[in-house]
Design a protein around this ligand. Structure first.
Ligand code: NAG
Ligand code: NAG
Length: 734
């Protein structure tokens, strides 16, 4: 190692390239929008004219879109990229790497099957990192002995899996995904032999787990194998039980070794206490219990939290993250390092727009440039101190290298199990700051956003790192309803934050820069978007039917800003989408989902929040299903949209689709009868808008009238939406 190397940073930051075309786009669109406003103000219909109110509504909707567009531009203005140097980290600190505690959260053994959970667990146990410094904790809010059983199986399989991974540099280290894609090694007979015996061992284990899962209970002979099962004798149900804490592998125990005689990471199972009279605070509550319990068992200064369906696809990710925390110059201020979420079961053209590619590749680097990404709930490395409420200060930097071992009590696993239980009890947090200033914050379905914001407000920096090879792979929703429900939950929680005292504009005042506070807003304002969007997809079409023009004629020069903004804005979005790795068809699907989300998910999210403000409803939390039935997943692979459930969300979507179809027919009739040319007809733009909506909604008409499979629109939705759309058109006509 040359002397110079010691002064090289562990990570670098570079601004994104090619910003001139982007800035040109932003400025020219802004000019176009201003001209639209000039037009709207100059040509307001006179008081006695019919269209005055409709016109005002158009103006207000456009004002909202402009405002919203403006804050999305703030995010995009100055994106940055990060680069980490793992080799420098190893050269300097290999002997002094800090302990890492990994939290995996699961909540339901049916929606999140144990076989899926342990693949995530095994993938992180096999990180390329000294095993005595790794500790993996599973929080099971489903309190399921099936999950516990799967964990026991995983702990046994780990003894073969971990040495196998290290010996043959296996990637990815989730066994399921490895054996799904990896080809059997040819040539070397030793390796081929190992390979097939490990594969066999994995498949046997998977079969055992699936058999027990199907059975729904643990057979007596298995129950005898581990003392931990006796805990379930006392469990009334998953909402009413004592704390179950089991240290399955104690990494400090000299006898805990793998097949090759190397140490194993610590592995802990926790089902925190639940009682009906205490609120459990969902995932935030589970994480806080884990923070406390882990502080006694391994007390790693860095915490990684993962959802149970997000396995590690890169065994070097821990080292990547440490480059940011351990950089000599800037590392001590880093509070958390967020990694992107990537989903492996996205269909070819991303039918439900579930990939979140634009958010991961455009928004988060932009947010990082404005002062730091949000914490998005999973795939994030935290500094334990910053999560536990400590304020950043220049004076008392902690050295991650000497943290090891100084704060953990030396006791045996069974003593620890007994003494730590209390930390996960329902009453532990009473009259403490947990959930308020310490740990993850409570009282909001998007606990991650407000927690990340609080960490930033305490003076910590956050970092977004998006490496070429994706570090974590998860599962995205595979039906339309799951997608809409997920977005309803997100947008509802986000808007709730906006309306609360956690609103970043207020709570971040004088603590974080204005542009960072503003870049939280596009998410927090998802829900109110529904109003302007609903207006724009319904009113111009109905006015077309009634004969009220709302846009300039094609022959007028005022049409130019409308057409310009429309085309340039969409062309930009297409370019961005393709740059992020999408296809044209994928972009078109995204436009459709954009419309559906805004008119259904956001609409319900908005009104639930309004009702909550009035004190009329209570917080509810819906988990999205992770495994689909076979014919449903077949349709997903063929990219046929899944309706198939009678949901009010579908009624709205179908009503709007039918309404636009009716108005389009009515509008065409008007044009034909008026004998005017397209050029001088005042309704041309309205007809075009209507036609566009009809084209976007084509799969809805298919689902309503043409399809015969189980995924079609239920008849009740068809009748209801026909009635509503017919009624609206009748009212508009007369
Ligand atoms: C996951 O890791 C494998 C290597 O094991 C790599 O080939 C693949 O591209 C990664 N997936 C993503 C989405 O980056
Ligand atoms: C768990 C799950 O639903 N997996 C599905 C992901 O999507 C692929 C198709 O793209 C299906 O084959 C999987 O079953």
């Amino acid at each position: 190692m040359g002397n110079n190397d010691e002064h090289l940073p562990l990570f670098t930051t570079t601004p994104a390239k090619a910003r001139i075309p982007f800035k040109f786009y932003a400025l020219s669109t802004f000019v176009g929008i201003c001209l639209i406003f000039v037009y709207r103000l100059r040509y307001i219909p006179a008081k006695e004219e019919a269209g005055r109110w409709a016109w005002m509504g158009m103006f207000l909707s456009e004002l909202w879109f402009c405002l919203y567009w403006f804050i999305t531009m703030i995010i995009r203005w100055n994106p940055i990229n990060r680069c980490a140097f793992k080799d420098r980290l190893s050269l300097r600190y290999e002997k002094a790497l800090p302990g890492i505690d990994i939290f995996v959260c699961t909540a339901d053994p049916v929606i999140e099957p144990p076989a899926l959970v342990i693949n995530t667990v095994l993938s992180v146990m096999a990180y390329d990192y000294p095993p005595q410094k790794l500790a993996v904790y599973l929080s099971d809010d489903g309190c399921s002995d099936l999950t516990f059983y799967a964990m026991l199986e995983a702990s046994r399989f780990a003894k073969t899996w971990l040495p196998f991974c290290k010996k043959f540099k296996v990637e990815p280290r989730s066994p399921e995904d490895y054996f799904l894609t990896a080809a059997e090694p040819q040539g070397d007979p030793v390796m081929a032999n190992d390979w097939s015996s490990v594969k066999k061992a994995y498949e046997n284990m998977k079969q055992r787990i699936e058999r027990v899962t199907k059975l729904g209970q643990i057979p007596e002979e298995i129950r005898k194998e581990h003392k931990g099962f006796s805990e379930w004798n006392l469990v009334a149900n998953r909402r009413d039980h004592q704390t179950i804490l089991q240290i399955i592998i104690d990494g400090k125990d000299p006898a805990a070794l793998d097949m090759e005689g190397q140490s194993l990471p610590t592995l802990v199972y926790l089902a925190r206490e639940k009682r009906p009279q205490y609120h459990h605070n969902f995932k935030a509550g589970a994480m806080n219990a884990l923070i406390r319990v882990s502080s006694r068992i391994s007390n790693g200064p860095i915490i990684l939290n993962l959802d149970c369906d997000m396995y590690s696809n890169d065994s070097g990710t821990v080292r990547d993250a440490l480059c940011f925390f351990m950089d000599e110059e800037k590392g001590h201020q880093v509070g958390y390092v967020q990694f992107p979420h990537t989903f492996e079961n996205i269909s070819k053209n991303d039918l439900y727009s579930g990939s979140l590619n634009v958010i991961m590749k455009v928004d988060l680097p932009g947010q990082d440039g404005n002062g730091g990404p949000y914490y998005i709930g999973s795939a994030c490395f935290h500094r334990r101190e910053s999560l536990c409420g400590k304020k950043y200060s220049e004076e008392c930097k902690t050295d991650l290298k000497v943290w090891n071992d100084i704060k953990v009590a030396e006791s045996t696993a069974s003593v620890l199990e007994d003494t730590c239980k209390i930390l996960a009890s329902c009453t532990y947090e009473e009259k403490t700051l947990w959930g308020k200033e310490v740990g993850l914050k409570y009282g909001c379905p998007v606990e991650d956003i407000i927690t990340g914001l609080a960490v930033q407000c305490r003076g910590w920096r956050s970092i977004y790192f998006n490496p070429e090879r994706k570090p974590f792979l998860g599962l995205a929703p595979t039906t339309l309803l799951q997608t809409l429900v997920q977005h309803k939950r997100w947008s509802e929680g986000d808007f709730q934050v906006f309306l609360s005292r956690n609103n970043p504009l207020v709570s971040g005042y004088k603590k974080i820069p204005l542009k960072l506070r503003l870049s939280y807003c596009p998410y927090l304002l998802w829900a109110p978007n529904c109003l302007a969007t609903l207006y724009y997809v319904a009113v111009p079409s109905l006015c077309l039917l009634r004969g009220i023009p709302l846009f300039p004629k094609i022959s007028s020069a005022w049409v130019l800003p409308f057409v310009f903004v429309m085309i340039v804005h969409r062309a930009y979005s297409l370019g961005e989408f393709i740059w992020c790795g999408g296809t044209f068809q994928g972009w078109w699907n995204e436009q459709r989902i954009w419309l559906f989300k805004r008119t259904s998910s956001y609409f319900f999210a908005f009104f639930d929040n309004v009702l909550k403000l009035l004190g009329l409803t209570d917080l509810a939390f819906a988990i999205t299903e992770k495994v689909a039935e076979s014919d449903v997943s077949q349709r997903y692979e063929q990219e046929i949209m899944e309706f198939g459930a009678s949901s009010p969300m579908f009624t709205i979507i179908a009503t709007l689709a039918l309404l636009n179809a009716f108005c389009f027919v009515g509008g065409m009739k008007r044009v034909v009868m008026d004998m005017q040319t397209w050029f001088s007809n005042p309704f041309t733009l309205q007809i075009l808008l209507c036609a566009l909506l009809v084209i976007i909604n084509l799969p809805v008409y298919q689902g309503l009238f043409l399809r015969k499979d189980k995924g079609r629109m239920p008849t009740s939705v068809t009748y209801r939406s026909l009635m509503f759309a017919g009624l609206a058109c009748a009212l508009a006509r007369y």
